[in-house]
Design a protein around this ligand. Structure first.
Ligand SMILES: Cc1ncc(COP(=O)(O)O)c(C=O)c1O
Length: 330
């Protein structure tokens, strides 16, 4: 991310998306001559929000909080990546009004990343604000082996991520990163006569809350102890485990890995929905590994999201043995 971006520490990625999108909403309206901080949304120009069909629902929630209503979904491919041509088409069809485009770094089912270069270029032609939801996936950028997944992503205007996912700090720690510090301050800043002001601004000017704990501390501590190479190792280890899960599951009779495993997510089924649910429930009864189910492309799936720093190769072997046992007994 650009080093001079403003960074606010939120409860998680939902609120990081909210914070970035508040800056986005206000900025695109300001460009259209409307001051939302002073005049509110009523009577202002409509804001178009364009998203990939497979975005995370936290984005919709943030938009709801912001009074922006339902976004316009654009077609995504089988892995959940927004289709650049469809985005271009949708943007061209919509005229020149205030527009926000929301992209995704890391789909919760497939782990796929949107093609940032093309989509951000198309959005720029419409003077749209581009926001990236990268709750767990943005950390790919920290690994030389996986950074290619985020190629072009740094050209966006804002990014939401979690430190409590891939970086593994305790829960309650998201990051709202905004390229233009003034845009974030315009949306979140406040003045209180009793508050100490200084030129560098205050962390409360970058998030929706006043009182909160010092969330940045755990991020500082994790980064300081891991260092650049430690974060890269962490990301690469999670990805290695995901690949091992995919290879192991593909070797189980009747099991299919359904996604292209590019990062930390693996989705598999075991035949029909009923059998997949049986395998999931037997796996939980077995107690070796806790892996949840989901519904993806209309079918029940076993969804693995490798995110814990302490998972070892042996844990993956034991979990795979448990999945195999669960599939044999159905
Ligand atoms: C892509 C994406 N966005 C947003 C969220 C919401 O994050 P949080 O639970 O930290 O609010 C998640 C959670 O899994 C996610 O994967």
């Amino acid at each position: 991310m650009p080093g001079d971006s403003a960074v606010g520490f939120t409860t998680g990625a939902t609120m990081a998306n909210f914070t970035c999108l508040a800056a986005a909403r206000d900025a695109v309206l300001r460009r259209a001559g409307w001051d939302v901080s002073r005049d509110g949304l009523t009577g202002g120009p409509p804001v178009r929000v364009v998203v990939g069909a497979d975005r995370h629902m936290a984005v919709d929630l943030a938009l709801r909080y912001l009074g922006l209503g339902e976004p316009e979904p654009v077609q995504a491919d089988d892995e959940g990546r927004i289709a650049p041509d469809s985005l271009r088409h949708a943007l061209a069809a919509g005229g020149q009004g205030p527009t926000i485009v929301i992209l995704q770094a890391g789909d919760i089912h497939s782990g796929a990343f949107d093609p940032f270069g093309e989509t951000i270029r198309a959005s720029r032609e419409k003077d749209a604000w581009v926001h990236v939801d990268g709750a767990f996936g943005l950390w790919a950028a920290a690994s030389p082996a996986y950074a290619r997944l985020t190629a072009g992503c740094a050209d966006a205007d804002s990014w939401a991520t979690d430190a409590h996912k891939t970086l593994n700090v305790p829960y309650d720690c998201g990051l709202a990163i905004v390229r233009d510090p003034l845009a974030l301050r315009a949306a979140m800043g406040l003045h209180g006569d009793y508050l100490i002001q200084d030129e560098g601004g205050d962390p409360i000017d970058k998030v929706p809350e006043l009182s909160r704990r010092g969330r940045a501390f755990t991020v500082w501590a994790a980064l300081r102890s891991l260092g650049r190479s430690g974060v890269a190792d962490l990301v690469e280890r999670l990805c290695r485990h995901a690949s091992a899960f995919a290879t192991g599951i593909a070797g189980i009779d009747g099991a299919r890995v359904l996604n292209d495993v590019v990062f930390t997510q693996v989705c598999a089924d075991f035949g029909d929905d009923e059998r997949t649910d049986q395998v999931l429930s037997r796996l939980l009864d077995d107690g070796t590994a806790w892996i949840s189910g989901s519904t993806w492309h209309g079918r029940r799936v076993m969804r693995i999201s490798v995110s814990n720093w302490s998972t070892t190769d042996d844990d993956v072997r034991r979990a795979l043995a448990a999945i195999r046992r669960a599939s044999l007994s159905t």
